[in-house]
Design a protein around this ligand. Structure first.
Ligand SMILES: [Zn+2]
Ligand SMILES: [Zn+2]
Length: 364
């Protein structure tokens, strides 16, 4: 446990240093804007300076200093209204105009979530079970219709609540409580790439610990995460299990995508695409087909998670499990399974064993 704590602190330390150093990654125009602004914490002086020092430090990120805050928030709000219009054309104008912006956003997120879930699940299942089922599976490993129907039922109950997460995240971004920025030009491409990697590192870290916590904390497993672990055999998992969670469980595992926005600058549309891409990803990791693409933590790893409960908690990549010592590769799993299935030799008497080894020698 102490080594896990040390590794966790090491990760947080390196992350914080790189995030703090990202101030240096400003192009010329931004450097001019930034020069007069304080970029370090000033803890001396009158009470309240620590808080304003922290605010100044955040404000001095290239992203936030590039344009006035009001302009940044106006662009974020406009972008969200544009996304609402793209999806909400389904509603007649007279009805749509009466729905408040917040609930239009929720409707849009819900419709997109359902579209991703059903389209990806249906297309994926059609190809792996109906088109290539005889090549990819043995008959007893194809899930029964009743298991898939149960996964769809659980997902349908959870989706309206899942949709609250991106809705509240957009609300927070529009209010200016996050470090989200609307345009790549706000930071320039190098900083965009750096922040992207920092953001994903924080998400991987957060998802790992959320998921591990949902196993290690007994009541959390029993009341929240067990609903997803009912499907623990290869013939009960399917792409439709991807969103089959207790809604609180599903939100907890996705919330690192939101909380990271509060301390790591991130292009907002990229953040939303990544959040909805998890719908595609979870369909993929529940199909039980091991793609063998290092360092991706694909279905082979996740099937092991569903059968051992104590390995492979990670999100997209194997790094967090490797760092925390919980990684178990499909190759290791197969080797162990083959060893356990091997018939144990019948106990032999000493003389029989000597004869056997003698005859073995003769054969060489
Ligand atoms: Zn789990
Ligand atoms: Zn799962």
């Amino acid at each position: 446990m102490s080594s896990t704590l040390t590794r966790t602190l090491l990760f947080v330390g390196i992350f914080s240093v790189v995030l703090a150093s990202s101030h240096l990654l400003t192009h010329e125009k931004q450097a001019e804007v930034l020069r007069p602004k304080p970029s370090t914490l000033d803890v001396s002086g009158h009470p309240g300076t620590l808080l304003s020092g922290i605010q100044d430090w955040f404000a001095s990120f290239a992203t936030l200093a590039d344009m006035p805050k009001e302009e940044r928030l106006r662009l974020l709000r406009e972008e969200n209204e544009w996304k609402n219009r793209l999806v909400m054309w389904l509603f007649p104008n007279s009805i749509r105009e009466r729905i408040p912006h917040f609930w239009q956003t929720w409707c849009r997120c819900y419709l997109l979530c359902a579209a991703v879930y059903f389209l990806v699940g249906a297309i994926w299942s059609y190809y792996i079970y109906f088109c290539f089922g005889d090549k990819l599976f043995t008959p007893e490993t194809i899930p029964a219709f009743k298991d898939v129907a149960e996964q769809i039922r659980v997902s349908n109950i959870a989706m309206p609540l899942y949709s609250m997460l991106p809705t509240l995240t957009e609300y927070a971004a529009e209010k200016g409580w996050t470090c989200a920025y609307p345009r790549v030009e706000n930071v320039g491409l190098p900083a965009y790439v750096l922040y992207f990697f920092l953001y994903m590192a924080s998400v991987e870290f957060g998802v790992y610990w959320m998921h591990r916590g949902l196993h290690d904390i007994k009541w959390a497993y029993r009341w929240l995460h067990y609903d997803h672990h009912k499907y623990n055999k290869e013939h009960t998992l399917s792409p439709f299990a991807g969103l089959a969670f207790n809604p609180i469980d599903g939100i907890l595992q996705a919330v690192p995508y939101t909380w990271t926005l509060f301390y790591c600058p991130m292009h907002f549309l990229t953040h939303e695409i990544l959040l909805f891409a998890t719908g595609v990803w979870t369909a993929n990791i529940h199909d039980c087909l091991h793609g063998q693409v290092w360092p991706v933590m694909g279905a082979g790893y996740h099937t092991i998670h569903h059968t051992t409960y104590k390995h492979n908690y990670g999100h997209y990549f194997v790094f967090m499990d490797w760092l925390m010592g919980t990684m178990h590769t499909p190759e290791q799993y197969e080797a162990e399974r083959a060893a356990s299935l091997k018939p144990h030799p019948a106990p032999m008497s000493v003389s029989a064993s000597v004869t056997a080894s003698g005859s073995e020698k003769k054969q060489h």
